[in-house]
Each structure stands twice: as C-alpha cells, then as structure tokens.
Design a protein around this ligand. Structure first.
Ligand code: SF4
Length: 128
C-alpha cells in the first residue's frame, strides 16, 4: 500500500486529498480517499489514479493559408497512456487552407473514440 497526495481540481476549493493505493495485477487501485469535501473529489481521485485522462493540445502545419499553423485539440480527455500514440498521428497531419475552428481533422486517433478538432481558423491566402 502506498499513499499519494493530490489537490482536487474539480472546483476552486482545491481540497487536499490523501489517497491510499494498492497495486493489483500491476495496476494501481484506490483503496480509500480522505480530505474530499464532496463525492466529486473521490470520483476524481479514483479516475486520476486508475485511469488518468488528459486533453491534448497541439498544432499542425497548414499550406496556402494566411497563417502557417492551426492549433488543434482533442474534443474530450483521453487516457494518459494513449497520448504518445495520438501525438504521433497528429504529427503526420498536413492541412490545406481554409481550416475552420471546429473542423474535425482526425477521427478516432489511436482508437480513443475522440476527435481532434481545429481551434483556430486559417483562411486561404489571397493570391498576389
Ligand atoms: S473534493 Fe469536492 S469540494 Fe473539494 S475541491 Fe473537489 S469537488 Fe471541490
């Protein structure tokens, strides 16, 4: 059994959490959570220990646009263990202008059941 300390990020209270963790079959499993004022803190701690999720933000090159890059992000958090695989797929993307905010530029990367969407509009560059 090991003890991990976290600050809950679900609301501005930022409760300090003490989480007892056991290894079972090589995977961390939460045994108990202390310090949370509400149930959401316990749920967050279990998720953070047993299957941490993160939203990825990155940028991809855009050809023929009024800006050379478009910022992108996953439209929902994905498992931390999949981040490298998703980043590898994002790195291979080359877009052509126009790109609009909200465009899906990659569907289901690394089997994560998420979309990577553009978060910046890049208009086609004017000729001449
Ligand atoms: S445990 Fe509850 S009250 Fe405390 S920071 Fe988390 S969500 Fe907010």
């Amino acid at each position: 059994m090991s003890v991990r300390e976290y600050t809950c990020v679900v609301c501005p209270n930022g409760c300090p959490l003490r989480v007892d963790v056991e290894e079972r079959d090589g995977c961390p499993v939460v045994v108990s959570v202390l310090g949370n004022v509400c149930k959401r803190g316990e749920k967050w701690a279990r998720q953070e220990v047993e299957n941490p999720l993160r939203t990825i933000a990155s940028s991809v090159p855009v050809a023929g646009g009024d800006f050379p890059m478009a910022s992108v992000r996953t439209n929902r958090p994905i498992p931390l263990v999949k981040i490298r695989a998703v980043m590898d797929e994002i790195r291979d993307i080359r877009l052509s202008a126009p790109v609009n905010t909200g465009d899906v530029i990659l569907h289901n990367p690394a089997g994560t059941d998420t979309d990577v969407i553009a978060t910046r509009t890049v208009r086609a560059a004017r000729a001449g």
